[in-house]
Ligand binder design. Structure first.
Ligand code: HEM
Length: 433
């Protein structure tokens, strides 16, 4: 374990990802440093990542990341302890693998609508901002999974509100200055806008007593072990958490996938051939979607190189010790998937985009060497949903469109709440006939 002197907050505030990557490269697997007044330990060995992520009572959610509470409340991403366990048991089953049969039709329908719009843009020879298009599409997919089509009229407002709220949050996590009241007020307004839409839909559904085939219906009727359901405020926290966690992540993974594919035209042809062979011009059914092996490999490999959730922070609740690492109560532990996913020794040619490393014979160096969805009890509850969605969207786009990058050179990542491209990703679309 290496101890670094000084306060590293100003450095991380300027360049959080680059600073952590350099720390890992220059000082080894365990680096201890101070962040403001917080003792912080960056662990970059998969064994240590496993120790931290699989002990949710000792290593909880909290610390600087609590700035997200006004938005996410006691939703699954933020809550801890008994509360988290109760809610995870109530919500988890609705997103399990065998629930995907229920969710795939709406996912495919929404993707078809957006691909139709992109085909029109291609015919009119318009250039497209790919990251904006992927964000709109994944937001629409998850809001419809949650609320059915009741929310269609509000999608634009929700998209805007998330964009405003997220830019403030990302800045506050690493902030060294006092909160700016005007910016804070804009953030509060964005949260109010989200609340108006989400609470409005929850109350309307409760009042109507109508049963529908969406996740809100499941949440409204879920009961804990004592037969108690969720209050409107709890439903609001879960809904906003699922909307946030469920769209920006997938949108970034898709945008990075196209960026990486842009450098390998032969892979785009392979993706298109597979997509067309499995019904992706119209849209696949569940069985066909599960046969989209290459699309799945591309999606996984892009999340290796650019994990949408690039940092997993935890707060120690008690003194503990593992493998030479001494932890005090109140220490922050940082697990960085970006570092693990590119670590020499864990991967062959780690910087190379090679989807086939996730082929049937894939053999990870360690189960925690690849953690785009986290690990342990708090693993992403939406992982089956997003793996299905990623495959379906990549394949349906490839089946009908050629996506040609308009930029040269490397696209740098911007580590906000999620890892997004630093600049717009402008592309030219050509209809595949
Ligand atoms: C490519 C897409 C996605 C990625 C990379 C991703 C990644 C992650 C990661 C890394 C975590 C763990 C965070 C931690 O341990 O601190 C997580 C948790 C979570 N994700 Fe996802 N996610 C994705 C899609 C989704 C979707 C589609 C949903 C919902 C529909 C979702 C809902 C959640 C929730 C509610 C949690 C908190 C789970 C808990 O603590 O019990 N995510 N996600």
């Amino acid at each position: 374990m290496i101890d670094l002197d000084g306060d590293w907050l100003p450095e991380l505030s300027k360049d959080p990802l680059g600073t952590l990557v350099r720390m890992g490269e220059e000082h080894g697997d365990v680096v201890r440093f101070t962040l403001g007044d917080q003792r912080t330990i960056l662990v970059s060995h998969p064994e240590h990542a496993q120790q931290v992520l699989t002990r949710p009572k000792t290593f909880i959610k909290g610390g600087r990341w609590s700035v997200m509470k006004p938005m996410l409340g006691e939703g699954l991403l933020m809550s801890n302890g008994e509360r988290w366990l109760r809610d995870r048991r109530m919500i988890g089953p609705s997103l399990s693998r065998h629930q995907m049969a229920r969710l795939v039709a709406s996912m495919v329908q929404t993707t078809r609508e957006e691909v139709d719009a992109l085909v029109l843009a291609a015919r009119e020879e318009q250039d497209v901002d790919l990251s904006a298009a992927m964000t709109r599409l994944t937001l629409k997919v998850v809001v419809r999974a949650l609320f059915g089509d009741a929310i269609d009229a509000h999608i634009e407002a929700v998209d805007q509100a998330f964009a405003r709220a997220n830019s403030w949050l990302a800045r506050r996590i690493w902030a060294t200055d006092e909160e700016n009241p005007a910016r804070r007020a804009r953030f509060d307004t964005a949260i109010q806008d989200l609340d108006d839409v989400v609470l409005g839909l929850i109350e309307a559904r409760r009042a109507s007593g109508e049963r529908r085939d969406d996740l809100l219906d499941v949440l409204l009727h879920a009961k804990d072990a004592d037969g108690v359901g969720l209050s409107s405020q709890e439903l609001r926290d879960h809904a906003i958490t699922l909307l946030l966690a469920g769209h920006e992540t997938t949108a970034n993974a898709l945008t990075w996938s196209w960026y990486l594919l842009g450098q390998r035209p032969e892979m785009i042809d392979r993706l298109a051939d597979e997509a067309r062979a499995h019904g992706c011009i119209e849209g696949p059914d569940l069985t066909q979607s599960r046969q989209l092996d290459f699309a799945g490999r591309v999606f996984r490999e892009s999340m290796r190189l650019y994990p949408p959730i690039w940092l997993l922070p935890r707060l120690a609740t008690e003194p503990t010790h593992f493998d030479g690492v001494d932890v005090d109560s109140g220490d922050v532990l940082l697990v960085c998937p970006f570092i693990l996913h590119r670590k020499a020794g864990l991967w062959d040619a780690p910087d190379q985009f090679d989807p086939d490393r996730f082929g049937p014979a894939a053999d990870l160096a360690h189960p925690f060497a690849y953690i785009p969805f986290g690990g342990g009890a708090r693993t992403c509850v939406g992982r089956h949903f997003s793996l299905l969605e990623g495959r379906v969207i990549l394949a349906m786009l490839a089946a009908r469109l050629e996506i040609l990058p308009l930029h040269d050179g490397e696209l740098k990542p911007l580590p906000l709440l999620t890892l997004r491209p630093r600049h717009r990703v402008r592309v030219r679309l050509r209809e595949r006939l």
